[in-house]
Design a protein. Structure first.
Length: 350
């Protein structure tokens, strides 16, 4: 791939104010800096990524396109950050609901397309989910459950891509530099932490899988068993991204912590970003662009051989100044105790 990142694509903010990256239609769906490669499995953290050469602050290192994405802010909602997204995966842009060209489906209000072209191109994707949405969305939304309706919908959209992939396998399953796989097998290989979940939680999820996701009554066409579905639910729960408009991982942290003033606008599954591990002193900052693609830049100078790291949450939030709060959050959400240099130092462990 001959893509050369343009310096104008860089975004720097001292504070994590919402900044929407401008659309670059010529941008590829997926980009990895040529010096970046995957490391072999680390016993503690799994696969990671490093660079062969020194990386200057501001360098564009990755762009990852979603394997599946769902909007979590409903069209017509009055919050300022409501961002209805086009239901065609390759588009995923924010839809202008006042435009005459907007198309929608009668299944749920969240399913909209920019125009008739996107609706036609996204037909196979939506055909997979439409009956499921019509049949189950109302009752799922009425239940107080975890995972909630949006998380289950993300699983359905992930399954839709799997089915499309099975019916027309991709010609290449690796990225442009040959090291980053990019098909369903990546999701199948993600850690699920199933054994670390509380038995009650697993029981609840199994019941959801049986009621809404597996079997003819689910209205979904796939070959997964209840056990396989349960594993997928755990994998998606642990590895999905909440999309916020602001830049995450700004370094150094703003002098004053900033309270997050918005809600997340989408849930997404990416195939390559799971290879980026967490640190509370990350080397990369990331932000979604206008098409649901996640864009990663070096937030500081990174010496050759140092593993790239990202923040799994917004470190600028006041409560995460406290090492105990950060560790508790990571243990709850991601089932690990953070031993990044910053946590070790702040907890007096080194
Ligand atoms: Zn569109
Ligand atoms: Zn529909
Ligand atoms: Zn940490």
């Amino acid at each position: 791939m001959s893509y050369v990142p343009s310096p104008t694509a860089l975004v720097f903010t001292k504070t994590p104010e919402p900044v929407i990256l401008s659309l670059e239609p010529e941008r590829p769906n997926f980009y990895v800096h040529p010096d970046v490669y995957l490391t072999t499995d680390d016993e503690l953290k799994g696969t990671g990524t490093v660079s062969k050469a020194n990386v200057q602050k501001g360098t564009l290192l990755f762009i990852d396109n979603p394997y599946s994405i769902i909007p979590t802010a409903a069209p017509g909602s009055t919050t300022p950050y409501s961002r209805p997204l086009c239901s065609r995966l390759q588009c995923s842009r924010v839809v202008d609901l006042s435009s005459a060209s907007t198309k929608s489906c009668h299944c749920v209000t969240e399913v909209v397309w920019c125009d008739a072209d996107c609706q036609a191109l996204g037909k196979a994707e939506h055909d997979f989910e439409c009956s499921w949405l019509k049949t189950h969305s109302k009752s799922i939304r009425q239940e107080i459950i975890e995972p909630d309706f949006f998380s289950l919908w993300l699983i359905v959209r992930t399954l839709a891509q799997r089915e499309l992939e099975l019916s027309s396998p991709p010609t290449s399953t690796t990225g442009p530099n040959g090291t980053f796989p990019c098909d369903w097998n990546v999701i199948r290989g993600l850690r699920s932490n199933e054994d670390e979940l509380q038995p009650l939680k697993v029981q609840g999820w199994r019941s959801l899988a049986e009621r809404y996701l597996v079997g003819e009554h689910s209205m979904l066409r796939h070959s997964l068993s209840v056990d396989e579905m349960l594993t997928l639910m755990c994998q998606v729960e642990i590895n999905h991204y909440d999309l916020w408009t602001q830049l995450i991982g700004v370094y150094p942290l703003p002098a004053e912590p900033v309270e997050r003033a918005e809600s997340c606008f989408a849930y997404t599954m990416y195939l390559r970003t799971p290879f980026l591990n967490h640190s509370c002193d990350p080397s990369l900052m990331h932000q979604p662009d206008g098409n649901g693609r996640m864009v990663f830049h070096a937030t500081r100078f990174i010496p050759a051989g140092e593993e790239f790291s990202i923040a799994y949450f917004d470190l600028a939030e006041p409560k995460y100044a406290d090492v105990k709060e950060r560790r508790a959050y990571l243990e709850d959400e991601f089932c690990f105790t953070c031993i990044c240099p910053r946590c070790l130092q702040e907890s007096g462990e080194n």
